[in-house]
Design a protein around this ligand. Sequence first.
Ligand SMILES: Cc1ncc(COP(=O)(O)O)c(C=O)c1O
Length: 344
Amino acid sequence: MAFPDGTADFRSDTVSRPTAEMRAAMAAAEVGDDVYGEDPTVEALEREAAAAVGKEAALFVPSGTMGNQIAVHLQSRRGTEVVCNDWAHVRNHERAAASWLSGVAFRSVPGEGGVVAPEQVTAAAAQAGYHLPEVSLLVWENTHNVSGGAVVPREAMAAGTAAARAAGIPVHLDGARLFNAAAASGTAAEAFAAEADTVMFCLSKGLGAPVGSMLCGTGALVAEAREVRKRLGGGMRQSGVLAAAGRLALAGRARLAEDHAVAARLAAALEDRLPGAVAAAPETNMVLVEGSALPGGAEAFRAALAAEGVLVGYIRPGVLRFCTHHDVDGADAGRVAAVAARLG
Ligand SMILES: Cc1ncc(COP(=O)(O)O)c(C=O)c1O
């Protein structure tokens, strides 16, 4: 359902707002000072998050960016390169934090749907020499945002990760939308996570919590991550008020399938009214629309939607991304279709 003012916001799943149930849980949360290790609600969330991805331990961090950057910081080495897909968030959308904080560059490689092929990992690792740097980390992103929420199949991850492990390179998974990948593919989140040493997932995207992400891994690594989080100013105090919403978000992850159904319905309606506009059938909660296939282009469609109280953003120049979440539904998809019908 749209926001109370009638706006249907498809710009991102990050715009989803805490449910009434979350707000009640936040108000009632038992809290303590988490920097002293005394917040029972944060501790419960950390236990539940670790279990959800089959890792030993987890750390509550303020954002996905901080979770990714702590993982890079702990597992890469200054003066080396991190292998990832060309369009990885960690490379493109985190204000070059990895170079700024950890002194690494990216060896980004082309690949459909966020895939990094084992040969690409092996070749990058083998290149180190007098001029060329070593590779110290492989990063996956699943689902892959810029590819429209594509699921990187577990087999593809396993192949790339095996190549990394053979070369002695650790692996991080940016699983900002890991549970979308799990819901869409039927592959358990733990199975994807098993292909990485550390996993970050976001509570604040499709899961609907107002704030927060989890960084998961071995107990030893998470203990180190806690120190880095403190250094970055991410030690939070009575953060149980946030963790309370996060626990409900995580427990409700089966709901993500509903967002996928709305995305599929939206894609079908758009394809019907604007043939050729939908870049590919959505796998999860995103629908990409090619501006070049629209009468009048992307901006005319975006503006026509905005005039009707429907918001959408760009995933890259000329390509619109409609992202579904618990604050948009089938009726809102119908509003998009009605505007598309006028344009088509
Ligand atoms: C794939 C991916 N990774 C990481 C992040 C970073 O999350 P945050 O906005 O919480 O820093 C995002 C945010 O949109 C994302 O899409």
